[in-house]
Design a protein around this ligand. Structure first.
Ligand code: ADP
Ligand code: MG
Length: 465
């Protein structure tokens, strides 16, 4: 390996790792990201094995048991030479002082320092998530009303247990409750169960578990997100249970979210389950199409107010998104953001075709996947050729040009690599594909009619899918 390739590779590694971190953030949310992913560094790739550096054994074990598969999965999408992940623990890798100060701050009250990677940033409510911008439909009506009711009369349902699968609005509702109660003088603690665990384990390490307990037991309102993460860990379960009991006995309000019902929590003790079900248990169901559309429309409005600029996403695109992304509101909104961002960058009102192109890597996971064969077939028909000629080695212009167009569109409309594309054109080399792409781009720039032709074929392919 030459020096330049070695340098390039480390550059790629950092870039790929940041990309993977970003995807993990999208997949698991800010909280998980800050707690477990943000501070992990990629060290090197050797013999197909990616080495990640983490701070403690605990973090490593947690990542291995919860996120390692996903990390490998995401990483392989960018670099498929990697087949394994291994960890190195560098205890001194991070400056532990900041963490220490934050512990004190956290434990003395709700004032959390504004440090960028404050270990307790998770304790902050997201002020953007409110009842006012939560769109109510049939699927979330019960959870919404119950949450509102609790903010009106603390203890009305205690605990309030809200469950539903990922991306359906649990965190949004929990934050809405917190933001509403923030207006009162109640002492509120909001955090994810992961964070709860992390704090607890840390307090054991720092020998200040008493402080930990006091903070929680003095809260008027405890809002605990994603409680499924507590299952399995005996010590934390115990601690959680005592905290929970003493809060309920003091008539403090407890609000909990989970990805499943209390009964479906495995590896959690029965007495905890029954305590969790002791108040009101409500679920959030997947949204129907009307709700999905309304959420998209509201989000466009919010973006407009936020950026002070009209968001020009037409109804056709909105219903396309609402129809394709059904299972998670988070994913659906992520897709909308991507289209908005891309239309801002290109300063262009997107058409449905543009939207499909922007989303091509997501759509390729779904049924409407465009294959190289689809493209070849359409190009062959468009130019009235025979498939045999088209795939042959003949180089006469009336065959070679369409072939180049098909290669160009294969790169543009699928996620296939250059060598993969080459192989589909009777084993041509990737340099031939590069040449074809360049040629078509040159011709399109020079010749409006040709540009229109290629655009027309591209539209036909997208429409037929
Ligand atoms: P969960 O915690 O259940 O995984 P979130 O509360 O994080 O889901 O919701 C995912 C995204 O969808 C957030 O951006 C949230 O604001 C948004 N969202 C979910 N439900 C609604 C709704 N009914 N109205 C408006 N936005 C919603
Ligand atoms: Mg959540």
């Amino acid at each position: 390996m030459t020096i330049t390739t070695a340098l390039k590779n480390t550059g790629d590694l950092k870039k790929n790792w940041s990309e993977v971190q970003l995807r993990l953030k999208e997949a698991y949310g800010m909280d998980v990201y800050k707690s477990w992913i943000q501070n992990v560094e990629a060290k090197e790739i050797q013999h197909n094995s990616l080495t990640l550096i983490v701070k403690t054994r605990f973090v490593r074990d947690w990542i291995v048991s919860h996120y390692a598969d996903k990390i490998l999965d995401f990483f392989q999408k960018l670099d498929n030479s990697v087949t394994r992940i291994q960890f190195e623990i560098h205890e001194s890798f991070y400056d532990d002082k900041t963490a220490q100060t934050n512990v004190v701050d956290f434990l003395t009250g709700s004032q959390i320092p504004d440090s960028k990677d404050s270990a307790y940033a998770a304790n902050r409510l997201d002020h953007r998530l409110t009842f006012a911008n939560f769109v109510v439909g049939e699927s979330n009506q019960l959870a919404f009303s119950a949450a509102k009711r609790v903010t009106e009369t603390l203890g009305h349902y205690n605990p309030l247990f809200i469950y539903g699968s990922v991306g359906l609005g649990k965190t949004h509702i929990l934050n809405s409750i917190g933001n509403e109660l923030k207006k009162t003088d109640k002492k509120i603690i909001y955090l994810s169960a992961e964070r709860f665990m992390y704090q607890f384990v840390k307090s054991i390490k720092n020998k200040d578990t008493q402080k930990f307990k006091d903070v929680f037991r003095n809260a008027d309102v405890l809002i605990l997100d994603d409680i499924q993460f507590i299952s399995g860990k005996e010590v934390t379960q115990e601690e959680f249970f005592y905290t929970f009991n003493s809060l309920i006995e003091n008539q403090s309000q407890v609000i909990i979210s989970c990805d499943r019902s209390p009964n479906d929590l495995d590896r959690i003790q029965d007495r905890i389950k029954s305590r969790l079900s002791g108040g009101l248990v409500v679920d959030i169901q997947p949204p129907d199409i009307a709700l999905r559309l309304q959420i998209l429309k509201n989000r466009c409005k919010t973006e407009e107010t936020y950026f002070g600029k009209e968001v020009l996403i037409n109804d056709e695109i909105l219903s396309f998104i609402a129809n394709e992304f059904k299972s998670s509101i988070r994913d659906m909104l992520g897709v909308l953001n991507r289209i908005i961002a891309s239309s801002r960058i290109q300063n262009k009102i997107p058409t449905l075709q543009d939207a499909k192109l922007i989303l091509k890597d997501l759509l390729s996971n779904m049924q409407s996947i465009i294959t190289i064969e689809d493209i070849q077939k359409l190009v062959v028909n468009y130019y009235n050729l025979s498939t045999t000629d088209f795939l042959s080695s003949r180089r006469s212009r009336h065959i070679a040009r369409p072939r180049q167009v098909a290669m160009y569109l294969s790169k543009k409309l699928t996620t296939k690599s250059l060598p993969e594309i080459g192989r589909k054109f009777t084993g041509r080399d990737h340099t031939t594909v590069i040449h074809a792409i360049k040629k078509v781009e040159e011709l399109m720039a020079a010749d409006k009619k040709f540009e229109y032709e290629v655009q027309d074929i591209s539209n036909k392919i997208l429409k037929s899918n």
